[in-house]
Design a protein around this ligand. Structure first.
Ligand code: SAM
Ligand code: SF4
Length: 435
């Protein structure tokens, strides 16, 4: 039996897909990358913005023909859209066989058996639960892996659906994280990413004094771990202690993803972000003072309800001041059930699009300029995969997370090479291997 898994959205979903594969392989399923050859199709979905849902609907619609052609083919929908829409998905798309949630991935084999017996569509989406076992996932890469350190989120930013679909924040005990990473390293992994919606609040629910800086410190000491990354950081919990740990540990990447969302204090307050632009600037100044070569990336939302031209200009002003290496920019998308979705939103969509273009143009120029600063310098690069830019090229990442493309043989996948930067674009660098 063959399973085809398609993952939408963030790194947490990618990790969850590796868990889905674990539970199905245990039952004898093998993964296929060819959808037409599969007996089960799993769509692991994202619902962070409405366009993620729209993409999914298009996708499910396209599966109708395949389902008609392939007797016995099961279509299963998991992830955040499943957690949010539940039975409605089956109602809208009767071709769906199983809807499962984000808290019961380990239950999937049982649901498949039930479906095959009962012959009717099943929806099993518990409101909460914790079925994570850090050793139960099938790695898709031989040399890198992501490990969740917190599940869920307690922050309830007013625009965000994540706390509703992922549940309350739970930290995984440090001993379990360390044990699992040691196993991965013994198995050839050199790069680990610690995952959480707000990694900086790690440990607050644990019966111990450990915090995220303490966890970073402990994990970075594991012998054989060449590169340690983490995401996402929330500005309200980003402490000088974390900055100090990153500064003092050689294997922790000099990259911090610190979503600012807006440069306007008025909007930050309504977003329930719990920091001001002044607090944010203070954190950036401290990072730059302690780790001068640290790359800083961010997320920004434009068109939030009530965002005026002046508020938007404050965002433009702060990105010009900070000069992020890269920003992930989004137009606000109302999500059912969130506080922001109930706010009056009188800004026309064409104005939001205008804001968005201005933001993109401003940040792209800054990204191009910050990337130019790497030219002629040499960096250690983890070789990740084939480049999409040119057939003979490979793609890798600097410790500061910037992408670089360079000529080299496939046998370098998963190796660390020294690359000299010889050119730059907005979102990646060009280099040549020197060692
Ligand atoms: N936990 C992270 C944080 O606090 O920044 C990120 C979570 S979310 C997966 C990634 C990004 O999506 C957010 O930083 C935000 O910029 C964006 N986002 C979340 N909800 C959104 C919405 N309703 N509309 C537009 N963008 C949204
Ligand atoms: Fe969403 Fe805010 Fe939690 Fe990030 S911190 S997942 S933006 S509620």
């Amino acid at each position: 039996m063959k399973v085809f898994i398609e993952t939408f959205g963030c790194q947490v979903n990618e990790y969850d897909s590796e868990r889905i594969l674990y539970y199905l392989e245990k039952e004898g399923y093998k993964e296929t990358k060819i959808i037409e050859k599969s007996d089960i199709i799993i769509l692991n979905t994202c619902t962070i913005r409405e366009n993620a849902n729209n993409k999914l609907y298009g996708h499910i619609g396209n599966l109708k023909k395949l389902k008609e052609k392939t007797p016995g083919l099961l279509i299963c929908i998991g992830g955040c859209t499943a957690q949010s829409l539940k039975e409605k998905l089956i109602y809208d798309f009767p071709i769906i066989d199983i809807v499962f949630g984000t808290h019961n991935i380990s239950e999937l084999p049982e649901l498949i058996k039930r479906k095959n017996l009962e012959k009717k569509s099943i929806c099993s989406v518990p409101k909460e639960g914790f079925d994570y076992d850090l050793d139960k996932f099938i790695r898709t890469s031989s040399f890198r892996a992501s490990i969740p350190v917190t599940i869920g989120c307690n922050n309830f930013c007013s625009y965000c659906i994540v706390p509703y679909v992922r549940g309350k924040e739970i930290s995984i005990e440090p001993a379990k994280i360390v044990r699992s990473i040691k196993k991965l390293i013994a198995d050839g992994v050199i790069e680990i990413t610690l995952l959480g919606q707000n990694v900086n609040s790690y440990g607050q629910d644990l019966n111990s004094s450990i915090d995220f800086a303490g966890l970073l410190d402990e994990v970075s000491d594991i012998t054989g771990l060449r590169r340690l990354k983490f995401m996402t950081s929330h500005p309200k919990d980003f402490s000088p202690k974390i900055i100090n740990t990153i500064k003092n540990k050689k294997n922790i990447g000099n990259h911090i993803h610190l979503p600012i969302q807006s440069g306007s204090n008025k909007i930050l307050k309504v977003m329930n972000r719990k920091y001001s632009r002044e607090d944010y600037l203070k954190t950036i100044n401290l990072i730059r003072k302690e780790i001068p070569d640290c790359s800083i990336t961010t997320d920004i939302i434009v068109g939030f309800p009530g965002e005026s031209k002046e508020d938007f200009q404050e965002t433009i002003d702060i990105i010009k001041k900070i000069r992020f290496n890269r920003a992930f920019t989004f137009i606000y998308s109302p999500r059912n059930g969130t506080k922001a979705s109930m706010l009056k939103d009188s800004t026309p969509q064409y104005i939001k699009k205008k804001f968005f273009s201005e933001l993109l143009e401003t940040q792209n120029k800054i990204s191009a300029e910050t990337n130019k600063e790497f030219i002629d310098k040499k960096f250690e690069v983890v070789v990740e995969c084939k480049s999409t830019k040119k057939a003979s090229f490979l793609r890798g990442r600097l410790a500061n997370n910037t992408l670089v493309n360079f000529n080299g043989p496939d046998l370098l996948y998963g190796k660390i090479v020294t690359v000299k930067i010889i050119g730059s674009m907005n979102f990646f660098l060009l280099g040549e291997i020197v060692k």
